[in-house]
Design a protein around this ligand. Structure first.
Ligand SMILES: [Zn+2]
Length: 555
């Protein structure tokens, strides 16, 4: 099948193409060069006046793992209000805050997304996370394995094991969990919660192990760099949601000593304590620190108003937040010796001072961080809002008058506490393409995604240009996944299965000696069962594994 996309206006930041008219050719699932001799075009699409980008990539979205199922179980009313019927080509399910797996795939594709990355794969629960993601059609996926509150690492730190031993353990865990990155959530804090600590700041010791979050971040960020993983250590920092946590965030940036680090949902970590309500925006200082420290990347975790559910590995902070649960129900649990989990339904309200200011803080972050290659568009689905609200968020970023219109309706005290009204910046289409495509692929280390030059897989989204950016991004004209037309006019017209992106860093196999004794003594699972094999993802004929190169590999 040879496909020609003719005359579209192409935004491909990966090759520096910014709104130029170009033809794109697709053969066998990939983008190819313009053929030299006469090749029969099987299908041609006239894209004159249309906007062409590569398929969007969500680099932080909770789409697999136990917490999603707890959230679903907790919210039957959320499903009842959003049933999705089957069609000849799509399966039934239900939606809104935490859609079922099939609906997740369809709804992402219908917005032009072709990949999503689960940022909190617990190693002991990796099999379930991958099996659940295996049930998400169309999208490529991948996971960041969660470390940093696991007893094995904390024991290693207490025993003063050297960096090489920690590197082996991190690389081994990435293999076992089939990961493409490493995530740390409230470093050491999930463990500290089990020892009855209810807060843990950057330099506070875990009462049992005597190690601090700062120690944990340093060794893990070093390990990720030294074993050659492209995606920097993915950090959900200390003190999520705590007024005044901006200082912790600034100290975290400083404390990593120039190592690559990704700070996730930074909106929840950018709070000051000024004003009558002792809650204020710390974005000016945080954005300044990010602009200055080129080793730091961030995603925002924008909140948008309405019902959602928060689902996090941060049992310590979720326990503290449970009193805000709406509807009033919640779950917090410890998970073996690995970590924990907390699920709290949440309704963000524009007439609530704190929620209104959180909304403004997220937008200030987008608009005050200069480099679109180092900031990513997320709502931390479903924590800040369901992923289906992305087109609305894009309009807020691209349309200043619309933004100011919404701003004028939120809690009046929150309006006084934000500089948003004075910020003139409007994102361009190229900047949106960087944040949601080229930048995301670069950050995660996907070597042939996120771009439209020859050699890339043909993940392509085509929109009708529209000044109402929400309408534009809600309903692409066409979406191609690996060269297959999967969406027309914002509706799924065919489905396929995406691949699972991983890396496979080297490790010394003798790492298993100590681990075997630890598993036998402390865990419910044996070492052999803990390790996933590639077959478990590929053997049903739907899934596949794509191994990406490490830094230093010869391409
Ligand atoms: Zn998250």
């Amino acid at each position: 099948m040879f496909i020609k996309l003719t005359g579209g206006t192409v935004y491909d930041p990966a090759s520096g193409v910014d709104g130029q008219q170009q033809d794109i050719y697709i053969q066998d699932g990939r983008i190819v060069k313009k053929p030299t001799e006469d090749v029969k075009v099987d299908k041609e699409y006239d894209l004159k006046g249309k906007v062409v980008m590569s398929g969007a990539i969500d680099m932080h979205t909770h789409i697999g793992g136990g917490k999603g199922n707890i959230a679903r179980t907790l919210l039957p009313e959320d499903h009842r209000n959003d049933p999705v019927h089957r069609s000849d080509i799509t399966r039934s399910g239900c939606g809104h805050a935490m859609p079922s797996s099939f609906v997740t795939g369809y709804r992402y594709a219908e917005m032009g997304y072709t990949a999503g990355f689960e940022p909190a794969v617990l190693p002991i629960n990796a099999r379930q996370a991958h099996m659940e993601m295996a049930d998400i059609p169309i999208l490529d996926k991948g996971g960041y394995v969660m470390m940093g509150s696991d007893d094995y690492l904390l024991r290693m730190l207490t025993a003063k094991k050297d960096q090489k031993a920690i590197n082996d353990y991190v690389a081994w865990t990435m293999h076992a969990a089939k990961a493409i990155g490493v995530k740390v959530v409230n470093p050491g804090g999930i463990s500290a919660f089990k020892f009855n600590q209810r807060k843990l700041d950057l330099d506070e010791q875990n009462a049992h192990y005597g190690v601090t979050p700062r120690d944990i971040l340093r060794v893990l960020a070093t390990a990720v760099k030294e074993i050659g993983v492209t995606h920097p250590l993915h950090v959900h920092g200390c003190n999520l949601g705590v007024p005044g946590n901006m200082q912790t965030t600034l100290d975290t940036i400083q404390g990593i000593g120039g190592l690559p680090m990704h700070l996730t949902h930074i909106q929840f970590h950018s709070y000051g304590t000024e004003g009558d309500f002792k809650f204020s925006s710390g974005v000016a200082e945080i954005a300044e620190a990010i602009n200055r420290n080129k080793n730091i990347t961030i995603d925002v975790g924008q909140i948008l108003f309405g019902q959602t559910v928060t689902a996090s590995g941060d049992s310590m902070r979720q326990h503290a937040n449970h009193k805000h649960g709406s509807p009033n129900k919640w779950v917090t649990m410890d998970i073996e010796c690995d970590a924990g989990c907390g699920v709290v339904p949440f309704k963000y309200k524009d007439k609530n001072f704190v929620n209104a200011l959180q909304w403004a803080i997220g937008l200030e972050t987008f608009l005050l961080v200069d480099d679109p290659w180092r900031i990513f568009l997320t709502t931390d689905h479903p924590n800040g809002a369901p992923f289906t609200s992305y087109p609305h968020l894009i309009r807020l970023l691209m349309d200043r008058s619309f933004r100011n219109e919404v701003l004028s309706t939120i809690h009046p005290e929150a309006q006084k506490m934000t500089t948003l009204a004075s910020i003139e910046r409007e994102y361009t289409l190229q900047e949106i393409a960087i944040m949601t495509r080229a930048g995301a692929a670069k950050l995660i280390g996907l070597k042939d995604r996120g771009g439209l030059s020859a050699g890339n897989w043909a993940d392509i989204t085509i929109y009708t240009d529209n000044n109402d950016r929400q309408k534009m991004f809600e309903k692409p004209d066409y979406v191609f996944k690996d060269g297959q037309l999967v969406v027309v006019d914002g509706k799924v017209v065919s489905t396929k299965w995406g691949t699972t992106h991983v890396v496979k860093p080297d490790f010394d196999p003798s790492v298993e000696k100590g681990l075997k004794d630890y598993f036998d003594r402390f865990l419910t699972m044996k070492l052999g069962n803990f390790k996933m094999s590639d077959d478990e993802i590929t053997e049903d004929g739907r899934g596949s594994i794509t191994v990406h190169p490490l830094n230093g590999d010869v391409a």
